[in-house]
Design a protein around this ligand. Structure first.
Ligand code: AMP
Ligand code: ZN
Length: 114
């Protein structure tokens, strides 16, 4: 089966602006930023969405939040704050079928839904 677009980014088959990488996680700038800072943080493991999470992924998801905090610090927004969004499934507005965490920052973000 063909790799998804984010798996291709992981393999450097398509270009991206990578801001963080380790053996399990990679983060790169969103191609259509919705805020001055808009970074996608993803597991290298192809997990299609939050509903596909398995028990063995629990530590990985915890680590993603630690990495998000590190990236926020590196981007200089840890003090002012940021927003993390995960869209899941059709009603959640998920467009890319590889679990990703949107890190949004750099301005006072717009209206909250929740
Ligand atoms: P979602 O709607 O939650 O699935 O978010 C998918 C995100 O991926 C959108 O914000 C897109 O702008 C972003 N995106 C799609 N293709 C790329 C790409 N090649 N490089 C960086 N970001 C991308
Ligand atoms: Zn993938």
């Amino acid at each position: 089966m063909e790799d998804c677009i984010f798996c291709k980014i992981i393999k450097r088959e398509i270009p991206s602006d990578i801001v963080y990488e380790d053996d399990e996680i990679i983060a790169f700038k969103d191609i259509h930023p919705a805020a001055p800072i808009h970074i996608l943080v993803i597991p290298k493991k192809h997990i299609p969405s939050l509903v596909e999470l398995e028990k063995e992924d629990e530590a990985l998801i915890g680590k993603i939040y630690t990495v998000i905090n590190k990236i926020a610090e590196a981007q200089g927004v840890k003090e002012k704050g940021y927003r993390v969004i995960v869209n899941c499934g059709r009603d959640g507005g998920q467009e890319v079928g590889h679990l990703h965490f949107h890190l949004l920052a750099g301005t006072k973000l717009g209206e909250k839904i929740v």
